[in-house]
Design a protein around this ligand. Sequence first.
Ligand SMILES: C[S@@+](CC[C@H](N)C(=O)[O-])C[C@H]1O[C@@H](n2cnc3c(N)ncnc32)[C@H](O)[C@@H]1O
Length: 505
Amino acid sequence: MRILWKPFGFSRRLLQVECCHPNELISLSVLTRRTLVPRLKKAPSIFWLGQRQGFSTMPEEEASTRDTELFSPPSDVRGMTKLDRAAFKKTVSIPVLKVRKEVVNRLMRALKRVALQRPGIKRVLEDPEDGDNRLIMLDPYKMLTVDSFEKAEFAVLEELDVNPQLSQYNLELTYENFKSEEVLRAVLPEGQDVTSGFSRVGHIAHLNLRDHQLPFKHLIGQVMIDKNPGITSAVNKTSNIDNTYRNFQMEVLSGEENMLTKVRENNYTYEFDFSKVYWNPRLSTEHGRITELLKPGDVLFDVFAGVGPFAIPAAGKTCTVFANDLNPESHKWLLHNCKLNKVDQKVKVFNMDGKDFLLGPVREELMLRLGLPTKEKPSIHIVMNLPAKAIEFLSVFKSLLNGQPCSSERLPTVHCYYFSKDANPAKDVCQRAGAVLGISLEASSSVHLVRNVAPNKEMLCLTFQIPAATLYENPALTLENYEEPSLKRQRTDDSVSEPPVTSDS
Ligand SMILES: C[S@@+](CC[C@H](N)C(=O)[O-])C[C@H]1O[C@@H](n2cnc3c(N)ncnc32)[C@H](O)[C@@H]1O
């Protein structure tokens, strides 16, 4: 290692400021620096040149402008389709402050604003010249010259008797020190969108790549794995989610092929095979919102239950749950997750078409529960999260029940999901659902915007109580003109068995 000596550049400038404007109001920062200048004049500036990394004092001209590409990977990685991590090596010049080791902690707190922040880069290095000193790495975009320190920062430097002289350090950056977006921006064609976003499903990064990104798909997948701790597999959606079971057709881009994964959502754990069932981490807020609406003891029918993100938290809240999914894989994982979360006693699981579930188990339970005179009045909720189709299933509610209608507050509440591309999505969902049921829902429903799925495509939740006039075969039946079927039967039987009264007797 060679040691060179260089004169101060910046202190000369400070002195000029003081000399040129002796009668003018001197700024506080200049005042602060004025007290530091004599000390700087005494201190020699050191220029280090290491074989790989070194530091030197920072020439004023060099520091006044900064290369905007300083933290971009080398330009020759552009177009790379197979990740070559070694090609990302690059040396950059970083401003550093040389300080005594015992003041480092206090100083780091004071210099948070200007300290260098790069992935995998230590901000404090040992001074190779003097074991009692440390070098604090500063952000080259914030620290152009020593003037870039703010008043408060200067005050701390002075208080701790630290020479504010900046030096330069040759820092070697490697692939590990670049953020995923920087890597992809350097590799993909210039000016094209590199969005490095993905949905995380356990250990899987689920990407939705655009056409121009496809030639780089394996590299993109690997970068996602490298840069996101816990991600060991990257998959890309290969078709739109339009199959019956709503699971994605996907291609493993990089990492492990294993799609059996485990996620936590709203304090419950779910395990499933992501390639075979539906799971969307973007629905966690919606799952939580519906769970919040439920009270202990309520009854939930989940018509399109998936692997259980509505059903399991509801059961955890001591609701009675009937959960159904047509996909045998979802059904299998739903059963598994009920056990995993210790709510299997509260959930009855079905593997049927939603229509058959509504016409069978749901109808049966509603007849039983709504017919019972109970002191506690548990609410009944029916969740239908199959946004592309659920509205069609609403027709099943028309005249689903017979017998005497229950009181209006006990009528089941439906939460029906829907995708709308309409300019007025709320009106659209009300009209569509109303048309299926043959009623107007505008005044008696609420619409919740769940999420924006794509430009001009919203996912909504329409909530309403099914009117008795819709739900019951004969809504006109009241207590006065209604007779329990069992009593009616008994009366008929009695009249048959009893001998007719004759005038003879
Ligand atoms: C959009 S996912 C919702 C899953 C879950 N409720 C959630 O929020 O994550 C719809 C689910 O409905 C199931 N499904 C699709 N068609 C069905 C049908 N006709 N009857 C019952 N389930 C169906 C799919 O297998 C899928 O699990």
